[in-house]
Design a protein around this ligand. Structure first.
Ligand code: PGA
Length: 228
């Protein structure tokens, strides 16, 4: 099960070590790690430092904490000021979020997401593709994307950053119609709502925004259902 901390445009270099240390101390004493895998999605400028911190921490390595970029350019090189190429992140991250609604709102299209996903897969980075409507998945399939090589996060727009998480029945319905083998969910996830989702066997994890900023609340999600 994936637990992805999507920090969005938050955190600076000095926040990284304290966050990591606190999360590690909150979860290392747990007897069972429930097969949970932590992925930190940080701004590009933080990725190298984050990677160094994880590599030098035996506990972080043991827990298998990994890193994701929050986006990647559709271009691989060339005159594209301000963009970040897959070649520039491939030695640092194992995952990359694409298709987040906050980026789609800035003009990212399904075609862009398809090209980004293809570039990522070619460079051994697993795409984490956010979607809020099934048509977005259908478009990617029609472009011939190998969806089995991607992680898909259902993130309904009304649930992002609002405190209104999606009802379990809706997540189930979307999954049933999606054609996906498994799926993760994002949108106002915190440890208090997880019990609503316990019956969703296909659910392979959570993409956590606001509740990932505080290491304590993120760790509580990790610890669920063992809160002690
Ligand atoms: P949220 O954000 O947990 O703050 O709703 C989730 C996301 O946008 O990925």
């Amino acid at each position: 099960m994936y637990l992805i901390a999507n920090w969005k445009l938050n955190k600076t270099v000095e926040n990284l070590e304290p966050w990591l240390k606190e999360v590690i101390s909150e979860i290392t004493e747990l007897r069972s790690h429930h097969n949970k895998k932590i992925i930190i999605a940080a701004s590009d400028v933080l990725l190298t430092t984050l990677s160094k911190l994880i590599n030098k921490s035996a506990k972080a390595r043991k827990l298998g904490i990994s890193i994701a970029a929050q986006d990647v350019s559709v271009y691989v090189s060339g005159p594209h000021t301000g963009e970040t190429s897959v070649l520039q992140i491939k030695d640092i991250v194992d995952y990359c979020i694409i298709g987040h609604s906050e980026r789609r709102a800035m003009g990212e299209s399904d075609k862009d997401i398809y090209h980004k996903a293809k570039n990522l897969i070619e460079h051994d980075i697993q795409p984490i593709i956010c979607f809020s409507q099934l048509i977005e998945i259908r478009n990617l399939v029609s472009y011939d994307l190998d969806i089995d090589k991607c992680l898909f996060a259902y993130e309904p727009l009304y649930a992002i950053g609002t405190g209104n998480e999606a009802p379990a029945a809706e997540i189930q319905r979307v999954y049933n119609r999606s054609g996906l083998k498994n799926m993760i969910y994002g949108g106002s996830v915190n440890s208090d709502i997880l019990e609503h989702y316990v019956g969703l066997d296909f659910l392979n994890g959570y993409l956590v925004g606001s509740a990932s900023l505080d290491p304590k609340s993120f760790s509580q999600i990790y610890r669920f259902p063992f809160q002690a």
